[in-house]
Design a binder for this molecule. Structure first.
Ligand code: ATP
Ligand code: MG
Length: 656
């Protein structure tokens, strides 16, 4: 047929309406969809009105494709919206963050304290020469100073560029150079898996040749000895603590840059995604309010992402704080000092909203349900997922073992580029299907199309595009307009669609299913098969916790499916059983979604190559499957994983 599409292989008949009583108290109701469709700009203006504006906008949207301005002429201060206005409204004593350090130390930060901390930091940054329009690089562990630093920048109208704490000096250097950051905020060290690891040593290396950096502001976290450059380096406690704890927040234009964030690099060279203020904050706050059904002063909210990812920006910092959330913030890894750490924290603080990634849910599956069973998780009301497609079985496991069949699950699709959630259920409205992100949120519009931009219609799969501008959309790639147009707007230039890079399908009821990146699509005997559906079929077998599939060149079928699986903790597997187990898995896939999707070979592995944000990196597995030298592994969380996989490959093959 003309216009390549994606095969639709799986079907899902399960569906779960909101639990009893949930709909009556939900923040958003079904009529929001129609209201937003009837007048999108009025709808977004209403959402923007949830914020405090120093000057009201005179135009909701100025759309000169592919450049958008939202709330034109409006002025606001993002930090004031996230902190001060709550204190002024009498909520200074409400906890903003229950912070839990990896070694077990804790801090409680109220909104009044956060206000003082942000003011002091803003004063210190001013003393260090930071002005509106500047860029500040931040590489910090998950400590309250990370949030304070981001808000201090926002308060001053300077853009931050947060770099994940685990990134190498090279990665930090590239980002500092690209953004020409003036100041770097970092720490002496960071706790990771129970041990202090150096941080400043690395950041010093990173900025050895970055002329734009004038100062380095260093938070003391691990009491690690650090190299020191007099005149350039300044301790946080010396520069910030002595400052006055008030600071006059200036209002900035709605389109003032708020941050640059480099995408995690699953696909290639990181891109500096630029986000601005008014539209971004509007959508971050709106989505946090409706998707998680957040209730200020009542909910206890925990997003487990790192502030180095967009999820940390939008759903640890800006969305929740704009909505006056009480949040949990955790510094460490989920298995330090034991595999029940997250559940212990949920129990300790009575977490009501828990937002995490499929990679962690599948890890919990691997560790076994006996672990969450030991904790009281009855406070939970809403569960969220982001980052990759959540396999239906992982969704069910999450629902049963963490949510006790009583919590709506919101699978949220969005990207660094979209700034905030785009496709997700509304927990008080949607009857959610396991594994589906369901539909675009009120105010958001998407379409699934063929290569020729024809809508695929119910039951069809193709390219996911966003056909109307949205408030939190990226405003460009920092310093590279050409790349912005090329990357996102060239594929469907005639239609003016933003192409997200992902494949998706509608099921017969019109629910949206994300199918993975189109670059990963496998072409088997002319069938275009998504990685997601085959992986989900594998994960639906009771012995499998996690799976990654790739298309490898094949003389007969063009490409053949090669699968890598991690078994659940209790699955029996050794030399003697391997042949039977692997055959059973291959047959299982054939039975679940059809013989065309049957993997040519399956390999059992201990780990899969993942980015530092926990996403499977299929292009490296493709190298292994095609016996090529493995490509660039620098963005991998653990680069030794690839050696283990390559070594094991020749032992564990199953073919017929
Ligand atoms: P890069 O763009 O540099 O390759 P990345 O795409 O991994 O990195 P992010 O912006 O963090 O960086 O991730 C967005 C992508 O994550 C989406 O395009 C999609 O592929 C995937 N994703 C996020 N949430 C979901 C979800 N709920 N379901 C399916 N896929 C998701
Ligand atoms: Mg991407």
């Amino acid at each position: 047929m003309s216009g390549a599409t994606l095969d639709n292989l799986s079907t899902e008949s399960r569906s779960f309406p909101p639990p009893e009583g949930f709909a009556d108290q939900a923040n958003a109701t079904a009529d929001w969809y129609d209201r937003a469709d009837a007048d999108r700009e009025a709808f977004w203006a209403e959402q923007a009105d949830r914020l405090a504006w120093a000057e009201r906008w005179d135009q909701v949207l100025d759309w000169q494709p592919p450049f958008a301005k939202w709330f034109v002429g409006g002025k606001l201060n993002v930090a004031y919206n996230c902190v001060d206005r709550h204190v002024e409204a009498g909520h200074g004593e409400q906890v903003a963050f229950h912070w839990e350090g990896e070694p077990g130390d804790t801090r409680t930060v109220t909104y009044a304290e956060l206000q003082r901390d942000v003011c002091k930091a803003a004063n210190a940054l001013t003393e260090l020469g930071v002005r509106a329009g500047d860029r500040v690089a931040i590489q910090l562990p998950m400590i309250p100073e990370a949030v304070v630093s981001m808000l201090a920048c926002a308060r001053l109208g300077a853009a931050h560029s947060v770099v994940f704490g685990g990134f190498s000096p090279g990665a930090l250097k590239a980002r500092v150079l690209d953004a020409e950051a003036k100041l770097l905020i970092t720490s002496d060290g960071q706790f990771r898996r129970g041990k202090p690891a150096p941080m400043k040593e690395n950041t010093d290396q990173a900025i050895a040749e970055t002329p734009s950096i004038e100062h380095v502001l260093v938070v003391k976290r691990t009491e690690t000895e650090v190299p020191w450059t007099e005149g350039r380096d300044v301790w946080w406690h010396e520069a910030v603590d002595r400052q006055p704890d008030t600071h006059e927040a200036e209002a900035f234009d709605a389109e003032n840059p708020l941050f640059i964030l480099y995408t995690s690099g699953t696909t290639g060279t990181p891109k500096g995604i630029l986000h601005t203020s008014g539209g971004y904050l509007t959508q971050a706050a709106y989505t946090h309010h409706v998707v998680f059904d957040h209730k200020p002063g009542e909910s206890v909210y925990w997003c487990t992402a790192d502030i180095g990812w967009v999820t940390g920006h939008s759903y640890i910092v800006y969305g929740p704080l704009a909505n006056r959330a009480t949040s949990v913030m955790y510094e460490g890894t989920p298995n330090t000092p034991h595999e029940g750490r997250h559940f212990e924290i949920i129990q300790k603080y009575g977490v009501t909203i828990y937002y995490t990634a499929p990679t962690l849910i599948r890890t919990f599956m691997k560790w076994g349900k006996e672990i969450p069973e030991k904790y009281d998780l009855s406070s939970l009301k809403v569960l969220g997922s982001v980052g990759e497609s959540i396999n239906p079985e992982a969704w069910m496991w999450y629902r049963e073992n963490i949510g006790h069949d009583n919590c709506p699950i919101v699978d949220t699709w969005w990207q660094t580029e979209t700034g905030a959630i785009m496709i997700a259920p509304l927990p008080g409205v949607t009857a959610a299907k396991p594994g589906s992100a369901m539909r675009t949120l009120p105010g958001i519009s998407a379409e699934i199309v063929t290569e020729e931009a024809e809508p695929v219609g119910p039951g069809g799969g193709g390219y996911l595009v966003l056909d109307k501008p949205w408030p939190a959309m990226l405003r460009g790639i920092w310093g590279d307009e050409e790349r912005y147009r090329d990357t996102y707007w060239s594929r469907f230039a005639d239609q003016g669609y933003y192409f997200a890079g992902d494949g998706a399908k509608y099921d017969d009821d019109g629910a949206i299913w994300l199918l993975g990146r189109v670059d990963d699509v496998m072409n088997v005997s002319g069938h275009r098969i998504s990685t997601t559906e085959v992986e989900s079929a594998l994960v639906s077998h009771p012995t499998v916790a996690e799976a990654a599939v790739v298309g490898a060149a094949d003389a007969t079928t063009g490409q053949a499916i090669v699968a890598f699986v991690i078994l659940r903790g209790n699955a029996a597997y050794d030399e003697s059983t391997s042949e039977t187990v692997l055959k059973e898995l291959r047959d299982h896939v054939a039975k679940e979604i059809g013989p065309i999707a049957k993997p040519r070979q399956i390999m059992v592995v201990q780990e899969l190559p993942k980015t530092r944000s926990g996403k499977i990196m299929r292009r490296l597995l493709r190298d292994v499957a095609e016996n090529r030298e493995v490509g660039d592994v620098t963005t991998l969380a653990d680069s030794s994983v690839m050696n283990l996989i390559s070594d094991g490959l020749n032992k564990g093959k199953s073919e017929d």
